[in-house]
Ligand binder design. Structure first.
Ligand SMILES: NC(=O)C1=CN([C@@H]2O[C@H](COP(=O)(O)OP(=O)(O)OC[C@H]3O[C@@H](n4cnc5c(N)ncnc54)[C@H](O)[C@@H]3O)[C@@H](O)[C@H]2O)C=CC1
Ligand SMILES: O=C([O-])CC(=O)C(=O)O
Length: 338
């Protein structure tokens, strides 16, 4: 009897302290867009989110009114173009899908001219209003927009490399799904670590590290790698001018946000690839790199090394690094010259 009531008391105190630790206010900047709307919906269903702040230069109050009727505990507020600072007040996690998407024939780098200044200005507002926030960058080109955010925060004197993330989760989601399609297994059994950056040849899937991926014949392997690297183009082509991946990206963005929130709330062993400031290839002048990262109460807790990779994967990595370096430098230079 005593043991049971003591156990119940312990449970109650644990749930009290964990809910106290989990009062997380999350902002979505670009909430009215193709990604922003379903992402806001998915975040509304996440019990780790207690308050959702939806901002866009177009349509956020409408999205917020709609999403706010969903019967989960979190509160939702929408903010129009001139209320960015209010949207960011007290926010701990900021997810940024603001910016233009690709049309057929464009590379992600072709988005730089429009999206660089959008991301720079949003990052400046975060630096001013909620400098402690964790920033999750979805806007492309991620290889450049993440360095832009870092540079803006550095200029403002508030950069903490543990709190800035490029969301590369869609590459991981695709790799898992496409590998399952090839092997006939359930995707839950075909997890793949994807490293590097988030565009074309900078996306490097480490299939040799998975039991289902390492036995593939050469032809199947190279088709699979190509599909993972250029999965975004598949969607851009199929949408035929109407944009790029939005629904799968919202899923991936919600998945990564959930991982971060679990880490922030003290869960151990939350490990996922994300594009962060990293020492892994710093000796080659590459400041940011996506690899498995352990997430914890402070954001990035530990950056894992790549682990053993095959000769073919080493070749992919060799092709990734020069492009990644120039994408990063382009982002850095943009803020220097702003
Ligand atoms: N990291 C990744 O894996 C992926 C990234 N993306 C990128 O995400 C971005 C958004 O894509 P979509 O949602 O499809 O585009 P979209 O055009 O449907 O939505 C973008 C939204 O951003 C808003 N916006 C523009 N400037 C803004 C500003 N200064 N402040 C706040 N909001 C602003 C627009 O009003 C619009 O509602 C694109 O750059 C796209 O390339 C897309 C898919 C995957
Ligand atoms: O391909 C695009 O432009 C959007 C994107 O980043 C992706 O789907 O991976």
């Amino acid at each position: 009897m005593f043991a049971r009531s003591a156990a119940r008391a312990a449970l109650n105190s644990r749930s009290f302290s964990s809910s106290a630790a989990r009062h997380t206010k999350v902002a979505v900047l670009g909430a009215g867009g193709g990604i922003g709307q379903p992402l806001s919906l998915l975040l509304k269903t996440n019990p780790l989110v207690t308050s959702l702040s939806l901002y866009d230069i177009r349509g956020a109050p409408g999205v917020a009114a709609d999403v706010s009727h969903i019967d989960t505990a979190s509160e939702v507020n929408g903010y129009p173009a001139d209320k960015l600072d209010q949207a960011l007040e007290g926010v701990e996690v900021v997810v940024i899908p603001a910016g233009v998407p690709r049309k057929p024939g464009m590379t992600r780098d072709d988005l730089f001219n429009t999206n660089a200044s959008i991301v720079r200005d949003l990052a400046s507002a975060v630096a001013r209003v909620s400098p402690q926030a964790h920033i999750l960058v979805i806007s492309n080109p991620v290889n450049s927009t993440v360095p832009i955010v870092a540079s803006v925060l550095e200029k403002a004197g508030v950069f903490d490399p543990r709190r800035v993330f490029g969301v590369t989760t869609l590459d991981v989601v695709r790799a898992r799904r496409f590998l399952a399609g090839v092997t006939g297994n359930h995707p839950k059994d075909t997890g793949v670590t994807v490293v590097g950056g988030h565009s074309g040849k900078t996306i490097v899937p480490l299939l040799s590290q998975t039991s289902y991926g390492k036995g593939l014949d050469k032809e199947t392997w190279s088709q699979l790698v190509h599909r993972i690297q250029f999965g975004g183009d598949e969607v851009v082509k199929a949408k035929d001018g109407a944009g790029s991946a939005t629904l799968s990206m919202a899923y991936a963005g919600a998945k990564f946000t959930d991982s971060l929130l679990r880490g922030l709330s003290g869960e151990k062993g939350v490990i996922t690839p994300t594009f962060v400031k990293s020492d892994l290839f710093a000796d080659q002048g590459i400041e940011f790199f996506s690899s498995n990262v352990e997430l914890g109460p402070n954001g990035v807790e530990k950056i894992h090394p790549l682990g053993p990779i095959s000769a073919e994967e080493q070749q992919l990595l060799n092709e990734c690094l020069p492009d990644l370096k120039s994408n990063i430098e382009k982002g850095r230079k943009f803020v220097e010259q702003s």
